[in-house]
Design a protein around this ligand. Structure first.
Ligand code: ARG
Length: 561
């Protein structure tokens, strides 16, 4: 519809081209101001006339069209009123199954590096965010036809494992590690640091064990692998709860035989400099601290493994973009690493390597139960959310079938939605009452709306309605709902362009709110069969689009709530 109005304006105003007209054309804040408005302020200079007069003249000159019911000047604006029936017909025609999908990504590959927890450490709330955001970006890019490689860059290599091995050998037991898993490993790690303050030789031993690991020592590697396997069991439990998956669990250790070649290449290209025994790439010229490449003892670090990972991914997956979802605190790290790749002569580093940072998580109101002390485990939060929703269901709808399944979908959905509702760079807070509310701007509200639509279909006994008469759904709330639904492809595309799932969560909130307004104004289970079918058609569209949009966020919809 917008295109049609632009074209009418284009025929009327010779002085402006289509792009300019499109920039100026706006959607008025209120229904009674028309569906589109064209402000004439910018034309005042060109025509040397008052905007009001220009608006008057344009309104008179716009050719008659079946698409419009009225064109009218209102002060400096030309307001366009769309012919509702034509509009309804048009939207019904294009909102088919798969609406919102596209093939703009066809033949292109995107690597998304997300979640990536640190082995032997707790999967904390920050990791929950990268997991949720990365998973949503995966769905969004897939919807646009991209091929996505989902990569879990586990923190499974580094000096900390030397420390852990020393601590395990001194104070640990096989049984305790097997029984308690990560909390036991964390305790050992904490104990190491406490003891090392008193006895510095522990640090030397830790370094020796890590050197052994790097040299492929069997004992060192088998303990390390055991810690890693134990940690993975816990992480995969979380991924199952969240319904998240990966194509590759290629953590830092995967690159340990691949860092040497990078160091060689840096040397050859004259980029390496010695600094207090360590090797660095100087980034002074770019106002950044130097990028550390190898330590005094020659061992590689986090950045070296990230460099190796970039070349491995480029050569293996031939990515068009490689996206990293981590907290904002790693901004400098990625800026340095990307700069080094660019300095090595790889121009693609400039626009193909992208850091996607996000803000902090804080826990507010309602104490969180945690397994040990003040360490917050993501898994506990997920479980607490599910059990709280279960309580709400027991109270509100005790006869509901599959209560556990519903509580799971809604409890997890509430957390995901809360995480993705604001721009990712903003901090996220958990306030249980707020995120679990069934009538705020929450996941449960949107899921409840979906269940409400499903319930209408059950009550009317209709699941498909075929052709309907569009003139029966031209009332304001029906048209408003269709307007919201129509925006889906634009929302998906904008979300991908900005790497911002919140565009989709805002979109689906708009649909849910419009649906509820429609629902309150329009009875569906009625005698008049044609009218019933026309309204049910809208219910079906809204229901499908809500579940498609929530799917892009990684949220599932229960049919009843
Ligand atoms: N393991 C890191 C952490 O927990 C995140 C890794 C992000 N990915 C990367 N390629 N550096 O902070």
């Amino acid at each position: 519809m917008k295109e049609k109005i632009i074209s009418l304006l284009d025929q009327t105003i010779e002085e402006l081209d289509k792009d300019k007209i499109s920039d100026i054309l706006e959607i008025p804040p209120k229904e009674d101001m028309g569906d589109f408005a064209f402000p004439c302020f910018q034309l005042a200079k060109i025509f040397r006339k008052a905007p009001n007069m220009i608006a008057q003249e344009i309104a008179e000159k716009i050719p008659e069209s079946d698409d419009l019911s009225k064109v009218e000047a209102a002060g400096p604006y030309v307001n366009f009123y769309v012919n509702k029936e034509v509009f309804v017909k048009e939207v019904l025609g294009k909102v088919q199954k798969g609406y919102g999908s596209s093939d703009i990504g066809k033949g292109k590959t995107i690597c998304i590096d997300y979640s990536s927890p640190n082995v032997a450490k707790n999967f904390h709330v920050g990791h929950l965010r990268t997991t949720i955001i990365g998973n949503s970006l995966y769905h969004i890019f897939t919807k646009l036809g991209y091929h996505v490689e989902r990569i879990n860059h586990l923190g499974d290599w580094g000096t900390q494992f030397g420390k852990l091995i020393v601590a395990y050998k001194k104070w640990g037991s096989k049984e305790a590690v097997e029984e308690r898993g990560i909390p036991e490993l964390l305790d050992l790690y904490v104990k190491f640091h406490k003891e090392a303050e008193k006895d510095d030789s522990l640090n030397d031993q830790a370094r020796e064990w890590f050197v052994k690991m790097e040299e492929g020592d069997e004992e060192a590697l088998s303990i390390w692998k055991w810690f890693k396997d134990i940690s993975l069991v816990e992480y995969k439990r979380i991924y199952r709860i969240l319904n998240v998956d990966f194509d590759h669990y290629t953590g830092e250790s995967f690159y340990r035989d691949k860092t040497g070649a990078v160091v060689e290449e840096l040397k050859e290209k004259g980029l390496l400099k010695e600094s207090e025994g360590a090797m660095i790439v100087d980034l002074d010229e770019y106002d950044m601290a130097p990028c550390l490449i190898t330590k005094k003892d020659g061992s590689s670090i986090y950045a070296t493994r990230d460099l190796a990972a970039i070349f491995y991914r480029k050569n293996t997956y031939h990515f068009d973009k490689c996206i990293y979802v981590t907290g904002l605190e790693q901004k400098l790290h990625f800026a340095q690493v990307f700069k080094v790749v660019e300095l090595m002569g790889y121009e693609w580093a400039k626009d193909q390597l992208i850091h996607v940072p996000y803000g902090l998580v804080s826990l507010e109101g309602g104490k969180l139960s945690t397994r040990s002390g003040n360490i917050v485990y993501a898994e506990d939060i997920l479980k607490e959310s599910v059990s709280k929703i279960k309580e709400i269901i027991e109270e509100k709808n005790p006869d509901l079938e599959d209560k556990d399944d519903v509580a799971h979908k809604v409890g997890i959905g509430a957390i995901i939605f809360n995480d993705l509702y604001n721009q990712r760079i903003k901090d996220v807070t958990f306030t249980w009452d707020k995120i679990h509310s069934f009538d705020g701007e929450t996941g449960p509200y949107v899921q409840y709306t979906y269940a409400r639509a499903a319930s209408v279909l059950r009550k009317t006994g209709l699941t498909e309605v075929g052709e309907i008469d569009p003139s029966l759904i031209t009332d304001p709330t029906s048209v408003a709902l269709l307007k919201e639904i129509e925006k889906f492809p634009e929302a998906v595309k904008t979300a991908a362009d900005r790497l911002e799932p919140s565009v989709v969560s805002r979109y689906v909130m708009g649909v849910a709110q419009a649906f509820n307004r429609f629902y309150h104004e329009n009875q569906c289970n009625i005698e008049d069969e044609n009218l019933m079918k026309a309204r049910v058609k809208l219910v079906i569209l809204a229901k499908n689009i809500i579940s498609d949009a929530l799917e892009l966020l990684g949220i599932q919809c229960p049919e009843q709530m």
